[in-house]
Structures are given as structure tokens and as C-alpha cells.
Write a protein that binds this ligand. Structure first.
Ligand code: 6GU
Length: 260
């Protein structure tokens, strides 16, 4: 996977890419990151990448020509590429987005700054606009790093099998079960017996129930979109969780309908 980043702050990307799993992915050639300074494509005397908005108002708008020229220089070859503008006005980035983006050969991130980018650049060159949450950052750089991190760890061979992405929170639409390691007793609290039992079926069942309970408590709205198997529904019924979940799903659907 090739990531190309268009930014006016290239230094933002130096140290976050030099640690841990991302560093190893770069060393192993599983990912490649090209950081491109938009200012290098600003050809006026002052190398301006932004200007005052037509119509007046606060803040500055990123000029379309340096962005377009920078992008054209990056978009050589015919790799399946997605051009992504990071902006608080974008579609919310989720684990599903990460999976979808992981299928491209190249992602180009355009990091917006100031009050936004000229609309004509967005219309002509941007495939999708992505936001990482309902809050405002000073620019798209941190968001681009978030998306690169989330996508990278889904690529084949990036995670060791020890930390496989298969059991992540959100991978099955629920939050991940709790985890324990040594010592068996920490400050008077022991690890749950079942985890020491060696009974893998019992452990899987325990973790499934844990996942459901944690999700019910913290992010109940997520359960509306989870497809439980017949076997899972049987377990949930036995644990007296099924009716709670079914009620919740019904409520959620009704809310969606009345909202839509
Ligand atoms: Cl992608 N950019 C900015 N500036 N703020 C954000 C964001 C992106 N996502 C959430 N807030």
C-alpha cells in the first residue's frame, strides 16, 4: 500500500511513522509513505498556499492551484488510487471505512488547514471527504495519521499473528472482551477461573458474553447492527441478554425511522 500525503506541515509525519508496528511495516515494505509539501507547488513570489475567502469572512482558504499541481505530480502511474480529503465536514471514519480503503493500492491524503480548501479543487480532484470524529482539529494531518494507522494494521502481514486484527473491537461490530495476563492475582484480584481452565470452548463462550455485556453497557447502539448466529442467540438467551438486545435493536430501528 502506498500512502501519499499532501500537507503544508510535512514534519508532522516524521516521528509518528518511526515507532512500533508502522515502523516495521515501512521497513518490511508493506507500506510506503510519500510526504509532499504543498508549498513546493506554490509558485507566486510569497509561495502562498492560502488566501482570503471571496465573499469575506474569517480565516483563510487553501488555494486550488498548489493543491492541484501537487496532486498531479503525485498521481503518476495507473494504480487503483483513492484521493481523500481530511476535513471535519467529511463522512465519519469507522472500522468499515478502514476495511474498504485497505483494498486500494494507493491512498492520497489531502490535509486541509484553515477554514477549508477551495471548493473547485474538492469537486475536481477529491474522491471522498473523511472526518475522524465530531470535533474540530487544527488540520487534517492528525486525521491522516489516524486513517493510515487504522488501514495499515489491516494489511496482510502487518500485524503478527499474535496481535491479529480478527478479534479487534468493532471487527464483529462489538467491543472487545476484557484481557488478563500474569500475575494470576494482582492486588488481591484473581484472573477469572474460566481463563485458566484450558477449556477453549468455554473460554470462547465467556469472551463472547463479555463482549456483548461490555457493548451493552458502553455502546449499546452498536448492537443494532450485529448479526448473531443461532448458536449465539441461544447463548444470549441462556444468559438472559437476548430480550434486552432485541428490545434495544427495535428501539434503535424506530429512532432511525423517525429521524430519517
Ligand atoms: Cl479530518 N480534520 C479536521 N481539521 N478536524 C477534524 C477532522 C479532520 N476530523 C475530525 N475533526
Amino acid at each position: 500500500m502506498i500512502f501519499d500525503v499532501l500537507t503544508i506541515f510535512p514534519d508532522f509525519f516524521v516521528s509518528p511513522l518511526q515507532e512500533g508496528i508502522i515502523r516495521r511495516a515501512l521497513q518490511d515494505g508493506k507500506i510506503e509513505v510519500g510526504v509532499h509539501n504543498i508549498r513546493d507547488y506554490a509558485l507566486d513570489r510569497h509561495r502562498m498556499t492560502d488566501d482570503r475567502p471571496f465573499g469575506g469572512g474569517e480565516g483563510m482558504v487553501m488555494k486550488p492551484e498548489p493543491l492541484a499541481d501537487c496532486l498531479k505530480a503525485v498521481l503518476v502511474g495507473d494504480m487503483p488510487t483513492r484521493v481523500i480529503l481530511l476535513s471535519p465536514k467529511g463522512q465519519l471514519f469507522t472500522q468499515a471505512t478502514a476495511h474498504r480503503l485497505a483494498a486500494y493500492s494507493r491512498l492520497v491524503f489531502v490535509c486541509g488547514r484553515y477554514e477549508g480548501v477551495d471548493e473547485r479543487f474538492r469537486e475536481k480532484y477529491v474522491d471522498e471527504e473523511v472526518s475522524i470524529g465530531d470535533y474540530v482539529l487544527t488540520g487534517g494531518e492528525l486525521a491522516a495519521l489516524v486513517v493510515m494507522d487504522a488501514v495499515s494494521r489491516l494489511l496482510p502481514g502487518v500485524l503478527g499473528c499474535e496481535d491479529s486484527a480478527a478479534n479487534d473491537s468493532f471487527s464483529c461490530g462489538m467491543l472487545k472482551h476484557t484481557q488478563y495476563t500474569r500475575p494470576r492475582v494482582f492486588e488481591g484480584t484473581a484472573v477469572p477461573d474460566v481463563l485458566l481452565s484450558g477449556d477453549h470452548a468455554a473460554i470462547t463462550r465467556h469472551r463472547f458474553i463479555e463482549s456483548v455485556k461490555i457493548t451493552l453497557e458502553r455502546r449499546p447502539e452498536l448492537l443494532a447492527d450485529v448479526q448473531f448466529t443461532a448458536a449465539e442467540r441461544k447463548i444470549l438467551k441462556k444468559e438472559a441478554l437476548l430480550s434486552r438486545i432485541d428490545t434495544l435493536v427495535k428501539e434503535h430501528r424506530t429512532e432511525h425511522h423517525s429521524a430519517g
